[in-house]
Design a protein around this ligand. Structure first.
Ligand code: MLT
Length: 211
């Protein structure tokens, strides 16, 4: 088994195509480091994949940070875990020898929320992000600068967990910070649809070739 890095059990799949960014794969509640590997392979074939498992357990289900109720986050824990994840990316880049300046997060639900938290807290850690079913992790007190950072948001207009207004607020927050935000709306709930994989893959190809 791969040794944990900074406490994170994880999976790393080396690149098979040179010159692509590394994808940081962040699962939803109850997932693990294996969950998004095939999604990552579909999104950017040949890219290196780094997939940490969330270290918080909620009734046995791994997550990246604690919550008090659905959509109500433990802010102190979120801040702590956000810093740990940012540190993990840096340590993993040293161990696996990938470029820390070319890491793109791909997150679903809880994984998308911690990725949004990393973007708003440590703007230099991620060179971009695909966020499926993300919400505003916290309202930043200080101005955030994400100059031109490409971010793709996959929103389900019937998502029972994330109100449309919350997804719109996240898009506005990221745009306000200077990010290049693409919002992909689908007539969908919280679950990911195949069309969104195709759409994000096309977007990601464009981002990878321009970075
Ligand atoms: C969260 O806790 O991050 C959100 O409620 C999404 C979820 O994981 O269900």
């Amino acid at each position: 088994m791969t040794e944990p890095i900074d406490g994170f059990t994880h999976r790393f799949e080396p690149a098979t195509v040179p010159g692509l960014p590394t994808l940081l794969l962040l699962h939803g509640t109850g997932g693990d480091e294996n969950d998004l590997i095939s999604l990552g392979q579909s999104l950017l074939p040949g890219a290196a994949l780094l997939a940490p498992r969330g270290q918080v357990l909620e009734r046995g289900m791994p997550r990246y940070f604690r919550r008090l109720a659905e959509g109500v986050f433990d802010m102190e824990d979120l801040a702590l875990r956000t810093a740990q994840l940012a540190g993990f990316v840096d340590s993993a880049a040293k161990k696996y020898q990938f470029d820390p300046e070319r890491v793109i997060a791909v997150g679903f639900s809880n994984g998308a929320n911690i990725a949004a938290s990393v973007l708003l807290t440590f703007p230099k850690v991620l060179a971009g992000a695909v966020l499926y079913r993300a919400m505003v992790p916290f309202e930043p007190g200080d101005p955030v600068v994400l100059p031109g950072t490409p971010i793709w948001l996959g929103v389900g207009s019937f998502d029972p967990i994330i109100p449309v207004a919350n997804a719109e607020r996240l898009a506005a927050l990221l745009r306000g910070a200077g990010a290049q935000v693409t919002v992909d709306w689908r007539d969908a709930g919280h679950n990911l649809t195949g069309d969104e994989v195709v759409a994000a893959a096309e977007w990601l190809r464009g981002v990878a070739s321009s970075q």
